[in-house]
Design a protein around this ligand. Sequence first.
Ligand SMILES: [Zn+2]
Length: 280
Amino acid sequence: MKRIKRAARIGVLLLVLFALSHTSFSGLLFPWSPVRPGYARETFSGGTVIYTKRGGMPPAYRRVGDLMAEVSRANGLRFREDVTVVVTDDWGLFNRGTLLGWKATPLPVLGAALQTGTVIYVSPLALEPGRDMAGVLRHELTHALMFQQMPLRQTFALVRLDWFEEGLAVRAGNPRDYLDDHAWSLHARHPGYRFGPWGDGELRTVPEELRGSFRLSEYRVFIEFLVGRYGRDRFFAYRDDVLRDPPAHEAAFQRHFGAPFARVVAEFEQAVREGTWPRA
Ligand SMILES: [Zn+2]
């Protein structure tokens, strides 16, 4: 065992050295790096915040422990590990640190949570005047909280379940960063409406600059439909089963709600078309 541990430790050390010497990896290990020019860090109960010296500590993030408690309460789940929050005004670091830059184009996102559930990045977009930084952090903390309930290998299946993952995060985190019920309904309420994961038809009626916002609100509205219909406790029990085995989410749905997922989605679509959901 000892030899294995030692080999593992040397492996990690080599990986760190490799990462520190390769700029494309340097972002990924930023939270653990001993040297971070231009950045300062402060540790609070439950979380550490790394922020730029020129920007300073965002006042809302001194309450990172309280924000974690709020997110924990809203979701009825406990954080199992501390969280490090990196607040950066540098898109380069954001894209490298979150691995988002490895995809074709950087997205105009407010933040990102690593699938380890222990690191959150808050993007330069969230630093713009008028942004609700506490809400952005609550959103990412919700992702982190879900990731902390499962082994890392399971998180890949969870993130593919976009409506579920993002719906939970928007609902507990920052619903006001996206369309409210009324504005969402104005765009969704038409005869061709279909729930997002099953077709982009409805997006044609939504102005291009609102589509990202429309989609995230849609996921929240659908989750609120489920909570409204089945109650919070049953929804949480279903959610816990999805977290245990994300690819089997439809079986969990049938088990907890006694109806096929596709049928409830169709009922949701009809309620949206008729304007009975979201409730005015
Ligand atoms: Zn998100």
